[in-house]
Design a protein around this ligand. Sequence first.
Ligand SMILES: Nc1nc2c(c(=O)[nH]1)N[C@H]1C(S)=C(S)[C@@H](COP(=O)(O)O)O[C@H]1N2
Ligand SMILES: [Mo]
Length: 315
Amino acid sequence: MLIRRAPRFTSNEITDRKVYLSRREWMIGAAALTLLPGECGAATPQGEPLGATRNDGLSLKEPPTKFEAATTYNNFYEFGVNKDDPARLAHTLKPRPWTVQVDGLVHKPKTFDVDELSRLFPLEERVYALRCVEGWSMVIPWIGFPLASLLKRVEPTGQAKYVEFTTLLDPKQFPGQRASLFGFALDWPYTEGLRLDEALHPLTLLTVGMYGQVLSNQNGAPIRVVVPWKYGFKSAKSIVRIRLTSNEPPTAWNKAAPREYGFYSNVNPAVDHPRWSQATERRIGEFRRRSTLPFNGYGDQVRHLYAGMDLKKYY
Ligand SMILES: Nc1nc2c(c(=O)[nH]1)N[C@H]1C(S)=C(S)[C@@H](COP(=O)(O)O)O[C@H]1N2
Ligand SMILES: [Mo]
């Protein structure tokens, strides 16, 4: 978005799917053995094994990006603007205890403890592609539950038309929010938004883990949203508030550069970023660039949401 740098990962670093799966099953088994009764509600730090049922129907049939790459090549401007800043600095984020306030135009507003959410809603594993607006992409086995499950529980009112996500604001935990350190600042806290029908779409996942583990800080612990048909910046990390609104909520990147980052930000190879083409991308771990697919490959599932809309205008 500001800094462009070629990904450092090559094809020999792609995780072999079988190795990853067997390691994951081993970890889940080990977790079951070591958990004593009463420990289930205990704080779950990053990297702990996290069980989930694979949703094959909503999973990509592609090998996941190497875990090492997915946890060291990140965008998380709260930790700085370089790809390796989040992995280096994210230890200052304290992901437990953590609450998520769900409010606005709902009949039953409630503040949830993040571990309560993981118990309320069955956790699924879904392999999604994530396409960054910068021209790279990853394939990540996320663990989470549909945002729709949570939204239905708080009962949106008839006035609710949009959903706003807010990332934690705390310069003590996020060095990038101490703007003077980096000379660049978004308007903190980072906010993002979806139309209510996009938020209710079954693909939209509230995510608490990945690769069979509790989510690492640099990937948005303890809870982040993942919207696979949109550019990565729509998938806000470390969320403390989900608010239902009647008007389109302002969003961090749109406020910073409105010509470059629209509210919709659907992955669209036909609409260039003002400073570069969006026609191709590089899967981290691959050598050759590949064509970018409309809606990041999820067109059959989401195209109907935008029927009749000019997607060049609503970029
Ligand atoms: N709060 C917050 N959320 C964020 C960002 C950020 O800077 N701050 N970066 C976004 C961008 S640009 C991308 S591509 C994805 C990257 O997610 P990943 O590091 O888990 O791959 O997170 C998104 N969510
Ligand atoms: Mo991104």
